[in-house]
Design a protein around this ligand. Sequence first.
Ligand SMILES: Cc1cc2nc3c(=O)[nH]c(=O)nc-3n(C[C@H](O)[C@H](O)[C@H](O)COP(=O)(O)O)c2cc1C
Length: 217
Amino acid sequence: MSLQRKSEYPVDPMFTCRWSPRAFNAESIEPATLMTLFEAARWAPSSFNAQPWRFIYGRRDTPAWQPLHDALNDYNRSWAHRASVLVAVLSSTTWTPPGKLQAQPLGSHSFDTGAAWASLAFQATLLGWHAHAMGGFDRERLRQALDIPEDHAIEAMVAIGWRSDQDVLPEALQAREVMTQRLPLDQLVAEGSFTFNGRHRNVDPAPSLTGAERVAS
Ligand SMILES: Cc1cc2nc3c(=O)[nH]c(=O)nc-3n(C[C@H](O)[C@H](O)[C@H](O)COP(=O)(O)O)c2cc1C
């Protein structure tokens, strides 16, 4: 159970215990454990069950690690070099419906792949690992190094690791090694219409009164 995060309503602790640390211990990950994470991602829902997510991974101390590592920006490399595995998260922007020969655009490719990445991250949490998504990397470099075709979007990279003491981190990052909080639910969820950001629906303030009555009142 997370001591630093408090939900407004009861949820499984898995949801509040998942977070994105940067201090990893540079240990290797068993291939079967890694596959369990991808297995969780595999069962995510997707539009048409098209399953557009694709993952390319490189475990540390293997040849596949270096191109992923080298695509990271300096900031992310400063901590993610101690991860156990780096993953490129891709999505197929098209799909071919059953019985058709022609691929067609898949509008939900990013949305679906977001669900798959989240499943992977929650499965990591359940096993005591941590999965930290990253947007800070050179997409073109990664595309070339991993031979990613143009009809696949590069959504993110993920560093997966086992947590270690935060003093392995550069000093500036040690202060950031804390669980983040969240916006309150009432800023995220509305009943019936868009009432966020101080917007209020233009509803009749007194629907039982006629226009003339309102003027008089
Ligand atoms: C798409 C995406 C891109 C991110 N990019 C980075 C990044 O480049 N570097 C980094 O340190 N964290 C990155 N993060 C991690 C977020 O900062 C983190 O998920 C957010 O602050 C919420 O914290 P939590 O995951 O610990 O709950 C990214 C997360 C996502 C989902």
